[in-house]
Design a protein around this ligand. Structure first.
Ligand code: SAM
Length: 341
């Protein structure tokens, strides 16, 4: 997880002041809190871990790294329901799903705070276990090449729904899907209107496995047909999920720039470079899947991007899949670019 911790350090360097009150709510060895203190200069760090042995090691690791931090052997649930304190930044990095901890963290995050959430139950979010996704995230996933982005958007929408009764809205600053984890970095904003505005950024997606066309609809009630308009086949559906932006591109640009100066962080540099170049539109096209469906010879994603850009569209690589592209072009335009017409 070093690469992900590097990105978190770079993120905090870009957005957090030294006087922030930071809670590393699932500290384990304390490595995150310690790195945040030493590399970003944040002064007020509290670490929690439900596991006594973990809290002991976080305490002794903090001491041996000369980091002044408050370390508590306590669960998030107990801490959040007994403290009057509020935190400007909260890091939640549990094993598996973050859902059981989210509700309590909403009670102690500052109304304009920053929440960083990791999920490692990617098989669930990516649709390998559809019933588990319904149970945990109250959402239907997709189990095809779009699954990582859909899973990340399901996680995001879930956080928006948990935040909303606390009159908190969310705005994604950075979103990452890599290997076995997803991580979202959110700017919270207080007020009923902010909460409602976030909910308005959620909705549903349909996907035709035959034509590989997707469509998105915002709102709490799915407003789409069940059959593909092009081929008449039954559509696959997913959601509720986040339909809005995944990034604050100004923040991403700043972090990507900072990453270049971070020695020994090649993984973070690579990931941030792709994200920095990626256009922030929902979903993407798998070029190998398209060429297979069209029964034409393989073509590189870069070539398709080049043709789309020459035709006046925005088109880029995506962090979600090396063989895919994101574009604002319609699927028919992508097909033309693949065929070279
Ligand atoms: C994946 S580890 C954290 C790893 C760490 N953040 C890192 O970067 O190495 C998850 C930790 O969360 C702790 N944990 C799980 N549930 C918790 C809860 N409800 N409250 C506080 N800590 C919890 C576990 O004991 C475990 O040490």
């Amino acid at each position: 997880m070093k690469g992900l911790r590097d990105i978190s350090v770079l993120f905090l360097k870009s957005v957090a002041g030294k006087n922030c009150r930071l809670l590393d709510s699932t500290a384990a060895s304390g490595i995150r809190g310690i790195r945040y203190a030493k590399e970003t200069g944040i002064k007020h760090i509290t670490m929690l871990d439900i596991n006594k042995a973990a809290a002991l090691s976080a305490r002794s690791n903090s001491r041996s790294n000369k980091v002044k931090a408050e370390v508590r052997a306590e669960s998030i649930q107990r801490f959040a329901n007994t403290t009057e304190r509020r935190f400007d930044i909260i890091d939640l990095d549990p094993f598996g799903s973050p859902v059981p901890q989210l509700h309590d963290l909403m009670k102690i995050i500052d109304g304009n705070g920053i929440l960083m959430v990791t999920a490692t139950d990617t098989a669930v979010l990516c649709g390998a276990h559809e019933a588990a996704c319904l149970k945990t995230y109250h959402a239907k996933p997709l189990h095809n090449y779009l699954c990582k982005e859909v899973g990340l958007r399901i996680l995001m929408a879930h956080v928006a729904r948990v935040a909303s009764p606390f009159n908190l809205g969310i705005a994604p600053m950075l979103s990452i899907s890599d290997m076995h984890y997803m991580r979202i970095f959110l700017q919270m904003s207080s007020g009923a209107e902010s909460a409602l505005n976030s909910l308005k950024q959620t909705g549903f997606c349909t996907f035709c496995g035959n034509c590989m066309e997707f469509s998105l609809s915002k709102g709490t009630i799915p407003a789409f047909s069940h059959l593909c308009r092009t081929c008449g086949r039954q559509l696959d559906k997913a959601g509720p999920m986040w339909i809005g932006n995944l990034y604050d591109k100004k923040v991403v640009g700043k972090i990507a720039m900072l990453a270049k100066g971070m020695a020994d962080a090649p993984e973070a540099q690579r990931k941030l470079e792709v994200i920095n170049g990626e256009i922030d539109v929902p979903m993407f096209y798998s070029i190998p899947k398209l060429t297979k469906r069209l029964r034409v010879t393989a073509i590189s994603p870069s070539k398709v991007i080049e043709r789309l850009v020459a035709a006046g569209f925005a088109a880029t690589r995506t962090q979600f899949d090396n063989d895919s592209i994101k574009t604002d072009a319609a699927s028919s335009d992508v097909t033309s670019a693949v065929l070279g017409r």
